[in-house]
Every structure is written in structure tokens, then in C-alpha cells.
Design a protein around this ligand. Sequence first.
Ligand SMILES: [Zn+2]
Length: 439
Amino acid sequence: MRDLLLRGVRLIDPFQGLDLPSCDLLLSGGTVVKVAPQIGAERGVVVIRKEGSVVVPAFLDLHCHLREPGQPWKERVANATAAAAAGGFGAICAMANLHPAVDTVPRLRQVLSKNRSLGRIPILQFAACTAGLQGQDPVELDELLRAGAVGLSDDGRNAMSGELLATMLARLDPHGVPLGVHPEDERVLAMANEWASGDPAAWMTRPPQAEETAVEDALEAARRTGSGNLHLQHLTTARSAELVRQAKAEGMPVTAEVTPHHLALDSFLDAPEPGALALTCNPPLRTRADRQALWEALLDGTIDAIASDHAPHEAATDPGQPTAAGFSGVQAALSVVLTLPGAMANLPRVVAALTTGPRAALRRSSAGVPGHGVVEGMAAHLTWIDPLARWTPDGDSWLSGGANTPFWHQELPGQVLATFSRGRTVFLNHVLDGSLEVD
Ligand SMILES: [Zn+2]
């Protein structure tokens, strides 16, 4: 990595509680050498000033779906992590619903080794809670955690009984690592499906009650066992946010995440371009009132983290048909959040929800997770963004293997200029000085 002097950047660092309106930052040999109001440039240093640009700790994504092993045609690990780096992420968490699911130690070892050799940035792997995510047979959690899983989650499914969830929460509690719950009650989904008799409208077949019942049940299980490791994934409704707010007011150490798309888009009617109507996601997009409540819950700290729920898919073979559910979300996560009114005014909170928030949700696992503040003498693990510059997800800019985003061809705010992960340059935007190179 060449020596780089960033002039006049705003530094937002939730790890240190800092928001400096303007400073210079010198990076050398992958290390943050100096942060000061003004730094003299030595010979050979690349000096760049970008008006209005901001340096933040590198983001951490709590929720990504990688596709290897099982569905490499949807996206390779190399593409997913290149897209994540381009989105400002210095590390990501991967869910266990691969094919086969990550539910045994040999499978975990295989995935960890693949992730290490193919990932441009560190990938933290979740293991399943139950064999095949079927909700019946608990995994060998002690062995899986010893082998390197950062937490457990059957994400994609929610087939465990309340009884089994309580048991798993209690067994996991001494380890201090998260148990992620995909809160959609499958009994409610089945009833809704039957009632809608196959109607493809996702809001009918996946009603808000399915989520709210699951959130209530999960909170009840955590309350009953007194365990402190429940993490609620991708909340979508006002009522869910309110349930978490009440639980936190009681002193429960629950954490929760929200996706950029559930914050920014109202049901299908609000899709930014006609082609996006063919895209669906689970859980579905909700009402404007829901997303406003989610945004308020993020701002007041009820919701701890923004997580992409990155779910790349190939294009539908028949253009009239929707593709599989989910959005390729990791590259545009920050940008989508910056489309929200008030996001710029609340930039420090948005940055916290992408850095310290997700770390807190990982509980004790975060000790081994790369990520820290922008501190002199420490490895550069940081992201440099121009929040007002605009870019467009298209064939030139998009690095993910899946183009299934409702924001395709829509101009978005928030350009990531460069991402550094553990001292390595993992992304450089082409708008920068050509004398810099990716490591
Ligand atoms: Zn999920």
C-alpha cells in the first residue's frame, strides 16, 4: 500500500465517540500513522483532498448469504466480498443456509477454509442452530463454536419450537455468542398461504403477524431463560420495533437489525422503477408507517444495526416471472440508507449502526472480529466515503454476482472512495488518483 495523505476529511468514529469536522489522515504501510488538524506532506506520499468526504471505521455486515458451496452460479465468494468491500465493509458475517447447511464441524471447516482462501475481506461464519435448519435436532454447538463459528442462526427458516429455542438460548448463553432468529412464525405463514391459496402477493402470504408473533415468542423465550444472547434479524414492522423497545426498557440485552431496503422502500407500490416490481424479498417490504417506525427505532438505538441481508440471485429465465426472493444488497447498503430523509443529519448514528452496533450484536465473538476505531499506530481498518457524490448500480459499477436489486439503474447518493481492511487496500474507487493500487 502506497503512503496516502487524506486532507480535510471529516472523521466519524463511534468507537471513540469522535466527530471531527476536518482533519488530515496519514496512512503508511497499512497503518494509520497520524491523525491531526494538518499534516505536512513528505515526498512520495499521494495527497488527496475530496471536499465533503468522510473517514469512518470499516463497516461490518451482520447478515450476508454467500452461495458457495451449493449455488456458485448465483455468486462466487470472491464477487460477494469484492461487492462488500466496494460497499465500505471491512468484514461480513455469512449465514448458515448454504447447500449443504453449515450444521456440522466438518462442513464448517470446509466453508471457513474456502472463505479464507477466496474472500477479499474476512468472513465470519454463523453455524445453523438445528440440523438442516429443520428446527428439530440441535447442532453440536460447543464443537461448532470451538471450530470458529461466531454465532448460531437458522436464518431463512424459523422451524424451532419455542421450547427448543429457549433450550438453545440457555445452552448458548455461557458462551456469550449470539443466537440469530429469523422472526417469521412458520405456522402463521402456512395459514396465510392456505388462505391466500397460492396468491403470489408476498404481503398476503407473509403477513406482518407472522413476524410479530415470532418476535414475541423469541423475546418470551429469552425472558424465561434469562439468557442474554438473542439477536433478532431483519425487523420489518412498527410493532416489532416497539416490542424490542419495550424489552430493552425492561433491561433485556436483546439486539436487533434492520435492512436498508426495509428502511427505504414501501411494499411493492414504491418500487423505484417498473422492472423492480418483479423483485421480492423475505420478509416482504411493508408500509410507509412501518418503515418510518423502523427508522425512528434505528435512530433512538432500539435497533442496533443495519444489516444488508445480501441475497444474490441470477436473473429470472422468463422476464415476466419474479426471481427468487431477496436482494443483492451489500454494495449499496450505505447508499440506500442515505436516500432516507434526515440520514445526512444523522450520519454518526448511521455509521454506528454499521460499525459498533453490529459488533455489539456479536457479543463475545466480537473479540476475534476485525474492526476498531481510526487510531494512530493501528492497522488501517477504515472506509473513506463521499456521502454526497452519486453513483449508479449498473454493469460497470456492480461487483456482486447478482443484479437483483430494486435500485438497478437508479442514481444513489454515497460513493465509497476506498476501503481498507486490516491494513490492506481492498477497494479503490475508479474516480481516485490512478497512482493508488488495490493490495
Ligand atoms: Zn432471514
